[in-house]
Design a protein around this ligand. Structure first.
Ligand code: 5RP
Length: 265
């Protein structure tokens, strides 16, 4: 692996082999998502606990302090919206020059496998990999399900992760599911878990994160279950303990409650 690629991956994946990415890219198709209306304010108390920020260029330029930030994974796909016809109809929104100008440590884009835009999004991934590999920039593929959250099962997600790795993604972001080891076993590159819509309880989040890590994920890219929680700082600290200190779900939940009861927002 070239030095630049290795160095960028090392900025994202910590020496323990794990990572905790904080995504705030939701606005690119959802608009001002709840608790992310002012992304700069949302991340202020959280950023120091994350290993990287997953963000679009617009929010990066306007809401993130360039002199004091974490490695950036730039969201480079889009072109659709929640109120539009088809969330799967995404294109690449950012040039390679812009990716380099913004000093991104990696880029992320969604693929929509099993939809009528499957080929287009997979060819977009391939083209992005071709360009980014020239400059040592890792591509993170996002196995998106759009509105069809019920698609999140091991058979479908394993298929998606494997295909994106075969096309050259250096990291794959997917959802946790039952039998998650089937997803990681069939994927030759590191797998990171997204959170999805906010869970009912904090313990539930800690349990799926812990389970996924035991079954081969290297980390998480968790947004709504962190910053939509009424106590986002205790939440991110507790999840960080699961990711980087192998805390068990109950231990992490106790830490969350302890911090919450101390009055930490
Ligand atoms: C949204 C994304 C997010 O990065 C991803 O879904 C993770 O965020 P959350 O934990 O809120 O699901 O790709 O487009």
């Amino acid at each position: 692996m070239d030095w630049g690629m290795e160095n960028r991956l090392a900025q994202l994946i910590q020496p323990d082999g794990r990572c905790f990415f904080l995504p705030i890219d939701h606005g690119y198709f959802q608009g001002p998502t709840s608790c992310l209306e002012e992304p700069g304010e949302t991340i202020k108390p959280l950023l120091s606990y994350a290993d990287a920020l997953f963000v679009t260029r617009g929010v990066l330029r306007n809401a993130v302090d360039a002199s004091n930030t974490k490695p950036v994974i730039l969201r480079v796909s889009g072109g659709t919206s929640m109120v539009g016809e088809d969330l799967a109809n995404e294109g690449i929104t950012t040039s390679i020059e812009e990716i380099i100008r913004l000093n991104a440590s990696a880029v992320g884009m969604s693929v929509f496998i099993g939809t009528k835009h499957e080929k287009e999004t997979l060819m977009n991934l391939s083209k992005l990999v071709n360009e980014c590999e020239n400059y040592g920039i890792p591509v993170m593929a996002v196995t998106a399900v759009g509105r069809e959250l019920e698609k999140r099962d091991a058979r479908y997600l394993a298929l998606c992760c494997r295909i994106t790795a075969e096309l050259g993604a250096r990291v794959v972001k997917t959802y946790w599911c039952e039998d998650f080891e089937k997803v990681t076993r069939g994927c030759p590159v590191p797998v990171v878990m997204a959170g999805g819509p906010k869970c009912e309880t904090e313990l539930e989040v800690m349990e799926f994160v812990y389970d996924g890590l035991q079954k081969g994920a290297i980390g998480i890219n968790l947004g709504r279950n962190v910053w939509q929680n009424p106590h986002p700082v205790p939440m991110i600290k507790a999840l960080k303990a699961v990711v980087h200190k192998n805390a068990k779900p109950k231990e992490a939940y106790e830490l969350f409650n302890e911090l919450k009861n101390k009055g930490k927002k």
